[in-house]
Design a protein around this ligand. Sequence first.
Ligand code: ZN
Length: 244
Amino acid sequence: MSKKIKVTVWNEYLHELENEEIGAIYPQGIHGTIEAFLSKEGDMQVRCATLREEEHGLTQEVLDQTDVLIWWGHKAHDQVDDAVVDRVHQRVLAGMGLVVLHSGHFSKIFKKLMGTTCSLRWREAGEKERVWVVEQGHPIAQGLDHYFEVPNSEMYGERFDIPEPDTLVFISWYEGGEVFRSGCCYQRGRGKIFYFGPGHETHPIYHQKEIQLVIKNAVRWAQPTFSLAQPLSGDWVPPLEPLA
Ligand code: ZN
């Protein structure tokens, strides 16, 4: 049996507890919904972590046991401890995959990895979002048609202040006329990062099969391709050949 991908789903987990309608869409929290559909995959072993836990549930021990971290946050980005952000950052550079969802665009960890403001235009009108696959051969787009639609979404529009993605997999169009780079791949150090736009908490977006497929694909794409225990090389070394 091949080794399972160790996934940690991190959620701020505040909206679901504070707002009844959101709690009804995600009775186990957004993280619980994501954990449930990922756990059905035979090649993934999934755990969750949330903001209010000690060290936000992201102790060194947990990160050492994480191949791919999924991140959903919105209203409490500033409550995430800088020491935890640094720890996650180091782990990404060492090779851990990171999948940043929706309003995670403004999280400390995403902004740190991007080095830009990551600001965007937005509108909460429950309008239709059409997600276009612009890189059909990409592993994250496997199993999708030319496009799929999210019936009710929050508009996220350009300009999205991110560095140019290494690969742009999706572009979204919204009923109100804007477009958005909604599926962006990056590499930082040894780690692979995927940003995925859809996921506003007042709509049942993480229950949609195409959205679930993208997240499953993204986890497999972002998994480390070598041992994370391998140290980053930064040592003085003798020459391989004798120097004249
Ligand atoms: Zn939102």
